[in-house]
Design a protein around this ligand. Structure first.
Ligand code: NAP
Length: 293
């Protein structure tokens, strides 16, 4: 069994980006600038945004964190987005999800200038991705592709089962694994909460990408020998014995499934760190696209 080490690969990618930034500086170019908008005080969201800002510092990007209160109205958030769209100093920005209930997430994501949409959530970018056009690929699916590629995991002709159909992970992942190219060329089954006999489907899979957010969902008896497992799930389980008051776990019963798997991602240290690295990569792309214009 090979552990797909997202921590190591994400550090390699950050080192590569750092080199690019050094070259930009040496050429007198402006370095990439990422902004992150966070609305409210959700603990997990604050942690994620904090990690993104620290990652920017690590590679030499500029970063801006925009904090807005929990009572922010949709109009106020849209105003902020228009401001960021018009600010030439900002190359890319993200709106940390989830947003408070009074705000329509889809309307907000539609307001982001697609050229600055480094999360790849805008319909223009999602459509381009589905049509195999060059664009921002959402960071988590992009990170999974990168892991498969760098470890040389064969995907051609394989049966890939994706669990979960969210717009940010499962749905784009199912499209990307079925596209022509590498990683891709898989035969894809997209499963969700309404799927019947999911055990039968997963037990026929060569590759399983699990993104549902249910700890320990995927058990050893649901997979075949030599399966490739990508565990996207991140759940905080309350635990008073931990200093933070919780521990992080994935969707997969790692202890038992890893005994049957050929490749598997750990949680933490698998897909999570890759997501941040690929957000940086998209921001670099945003800067370069702009520079060529
Ligand atoms: P989401 O929007 O909550 O969607 C969950 C999906 O799982 C839905 O499509 C749902 O089906 C499906 N589902 C729920 N219960 C199921 C069951 N019993 N059997 C089969 N499918 C089931 O989730 P998400 O935003 O994609 O996130 C999924 C997990 O990944 C979460 O733990 C999240 O924290 C984690 N995540 C990690 C990263 C990372 O960087 N590693 C990034 C993003 C998300 P329906 O559509 O029918 O409701």
């Amino acid at each position: 069994m090979v552990l797909l080490d997202g921590k190591k690969i994400s550090n390699d990618i950050k080192d590569e980006i750092t080199e690019e930034v050094k070259k930009m500086k040496a050429n007198g170019e402006k370095v990439p600038h990422l902004a992150a908008v966070i609305v409210g005080n959700d603990g997990a969201s604050l942690t994620y945004v904090g990690s993104k800002v620290r990652a920017c510092e690590r590679v030499g990007f500029e970063s801006t964190m925009v904090r807005m209160s929990n009572t922010t109205s949709e109009v106020e958030l849209l105003d902020k987005i228009h401001e960021l769209n018009d600010n030439d100093d900002i190359d890319g920005f993200i709106i940390q999800l989830p947003l408070p209930k009074q705000i329509d997430t889809q309307r907000v994501l539609m307001a982001v200038n697609p050229d600055k949409d480094v999360d790849g959530f805008h319909p223009t970018n999602f459509g381009k991705m589905a049509l195999d056009m060059s664009t921002f690929i959402p960071a988590t699916p992009f990170g999974i592709l990168e892991l498969l590629e760098r470890y040389g995991v064969e995907t051609r002709g394989k049966h890939t089962v994706v669990i979960g159909r969210s717009h940010i992970v499962g749905r784009p992942m199912s499209i990307l694994m079925g596209r022509k190219g590498f990683p891709g060329n898989s035969t894809v089954t997209l499963t969700h909460s309404q799927t019947k006999n999911i055990n039968q489907i997963t037990s026929q899979a060569d590759i399983i990408i699990s993104a549902l957010g249910v700890p320990g969902f995927l058990k050893a008896e649901m997979v075949k020998d030599d399966v490739v497992i990508i565990d996207v799930g991140i759940t905080r389980v309350p635990d008073e014995t931990k200093t933070k008051g919780y521990y992080i776990t994935g969707d997969v019963d790692f202890e038992n499934v890893s005994k049957k798997a050929s490749y598997i991602t750990p949680v933490p240290g698998g897909v999570g760190p890759m997501t941040i690295a690929m957000l940086l990569k998209n921001t670099l792309l945003a800067r370069e696209n702009k520079f060529r214009k």
